[in-house]
Ligand binder design. Sequence first.
Ligand code: AMP
Ligand code: MG
Length: 415
Amino acid sequence: MTLSCFDLGERMLSVAEAQRHLAGLVGEPLAIEACPLAELSGRVLAEAVHSPIDVPQNTNAAMDGIALAWPQPVAALALVGRVLAGGRFDRPLAAGEAVTITTGAPLPKGADTVIMQEQLAFPGAGQVQVSRPETVRRGQHVRRAGEDVARGSLALAAGTRLGAAQLGLLASLGLTGARVHRRPRVAIFSSGDEVTAPGAPLSAAGIYDANRYSLRGLLQALGCRVIDLGILPDDRETIIGALRQAAQDADMVITSGGVSVGQADWIKAALAEVGELGFWRIAMRPGRPLACGWLGEGRTPFFGLPGNPVAVMVTFLQFVQPVLRRLMGQPEWQPRRLTALAAEPLASRVGRVDYLRGTYHSDREGRLWVRPTGRQGSGILTSMVLADCLIEVDADRQGVAEGEPVTLQLLNDFS
Ligand code: AMP
Ligand code: MG
């Protein structure tokens, strides 16, 4: 496999081109391992799950009431027993017979219909009367065996990320675990002499290290293990050593800062020594510079993200996330996109994709609207804090007028 990014030189790449080239960064997903049910949250299925049983197992009552075979002579139903959830009625019902039944209890053989408690009267022992019998439909208030998941059918496809509903479904099949891809170990570090760890005193020209913590948040939301390598000092040998070690320990290495044109070259030089890198300029805002490639003999994928905190998050979501998802067994993953109307004019420039931070809402007519969250500089992290979506304005658009449609990507959507 060759990574064409090395040949792309200084040409400006479109977002789509960059994403296409990045698909070659990772061949296979990470190894498969068995994982117990209680630890599956956020993991990605490596194999499809087919159901070993019918869910529900039995055709059962969806309400409390009586079970019977319908149609029946209403006035003369004989009440011949009762079935509670967890129990069974051990003989078939004959015509004219009914049993009282509670929600979830299996229907006796011969029964096909449940009439709810509110429609019933019990005039004497062994008798039941139905009011408004014309409202009863055959098969009502019954859950059919296998109606949720039929035995042998596909319950969850390979590549499914396991959230609350999927975990419940696996449990409802009686499974005690699943085969999933190993969680990626991702090494992160920051760079820059001005970058200061929270807790340390801030020098006159210093700035606190935001990026390692927003990266940590993004990685953890995706289900990765984070190896935090701190802030790399401006020392070539130290950096080379740290990169070599990270490439051995991690499935991916991510840095922020130090990759734009005209930077002090120390990080580039160190990277070139440890790996095979391309330095890209991508036609987008924020986030134009991006380095990517492989580190070390094991060819660990590497990303050098820009330094600005908003650019870090935007480039992570657009470029790093799809590669991580490939490692995790979701090769076809794409961000979920919606179309909304601009609630106010949006600034954007022809020739680059603008990612504005926005909030969306719907109006009474069911139309979706989006507006930007204030100032949009790539260092304005509060614009990201306030946002619930990225507004993706295509490269062919020179601004967006109020009321025109635009594309949204939902933030915090790690399903
Ligand atoms: P650079 O790409 O290194 O020129 O960085 C661009 C801008 O991002 C500069 O203003 C840096 O101070 C800032 N920056 C770089 N790394 C971080 C970081 N880890 N946290 C916050 N800001 C950063
Ligand atoms: Mg810098």
